[in-house]
Unconditional design. Sequence first.
Length: 435
Amino acid sequence: MGFVGWNGGRLVAVCLTAIWPSYARMPNTFSPNFPTTTEQFVGFVVFWFLSTPFLWLRPEKFKIPFLIVCTWCGVGMLAWMIWALATAKGVGPLWNSGQNVPANSEWNTSWLIMAGINQSIGGLAAGITNGSDFSRYARRRRSYLWGTFGSCLVTGVLVSLIGLVTAAAGQKIYGEVYWNPPDLLIRIMDNGNGSSRSRAGVFFLSAGFAFTAMFENICGNAVAGGIDLAGLFPRYIDIRRGAIITFVAAWIVQPWQLINRATTFIAVLSSFSVFLAPIIGIMACDYYILRKRRIRLTHLYRTEMSEYYFTKGFNWRTIPAWLCGWAPTIGGLVVTVRGDAKPPRALVELYYMAFLIGFCISGVLFYLLNVFFPVADMGQMDPIDVYGTFTLAEARRVGVTPLDDSTIVGEALARGSSGNDYNSKEKDVEVGVTG
């Protein structure tokens, strides 16, 4: 929530500088030890307030705004890269340079690659965990799969390539490497002192990036957090209220403390792998292995009478599985954040493999707990497509009675198809739905 919001605030500050060049010369009222400036902080405040009205937009209405801002951002990135290459007449030495492991380093190339993979997955872990919050809006399962695969390919390859080429060309133009877009955009318009043409170009670029960050922050963070809070406290919190609570929590996180300090930023990204990998392992084991992708949808909308109510609303098997998943890697996170000069090597090695270790330990332990303490009726489906979830072909393929086949529905209800025991109240609801 805080990472994307803070970067969005930096981009808003660039927009304000492009309109009013004096904005960049705003006196810094913070102490020299504070990890940000007044100009950046004001940009974050403006970004936060501009984002607030979009919290009232329903998730199913995000398609058109996302299409607009993503197109704007994509065209802007390509235009920026073309301009940089044309101005620099090629790329700088960054394009052909590499990094050598220092001779006195205690970590070889393999371990450094493993650490990089762990940090990269950590940046995606929140999206992986919350994927089901948005996959339910897809019309077909394959639509979400292809969309996810395509977006990962674009963001992981194309966007990274454009960023590297633009940074390398910028190095040739300005003699310095700028990895963060707001920093390079500010340099392009010479801190607001550039020509009106350069300021206009920078404004439209930074505005496109800022709107993209805004909708990514609202959809991927605020709404996802709202869905989780609504699931925990459905009597008091709906998705919109939960999104607002999550949105306000961005101030508690204090993103300026995390992002503007490189070592802290990397440690926080890795911490996502430490705590979220066990959750992903549990979810994958539960859905793919134990339930075999079979869910009883009608029980998702009930409380005590639902097979997903477990023990007073909690599945106790997840707690020890999750704790054991991050227990081996938390020590490495602590010594890394603390900056210990000589941390135990074993702790750091486990930390570098946090995602793999957490995923496997929690997934396997959760499976064993369900073997020794099985859950009743796991892997059952509704005999009838009560909510009209499936197409006719899909319903027949998975063995569910289609909603619009009233004759078959009546027979299924009469015989209690698939051995599922529906109470009389639920039967009345189903008969009423099917007409």
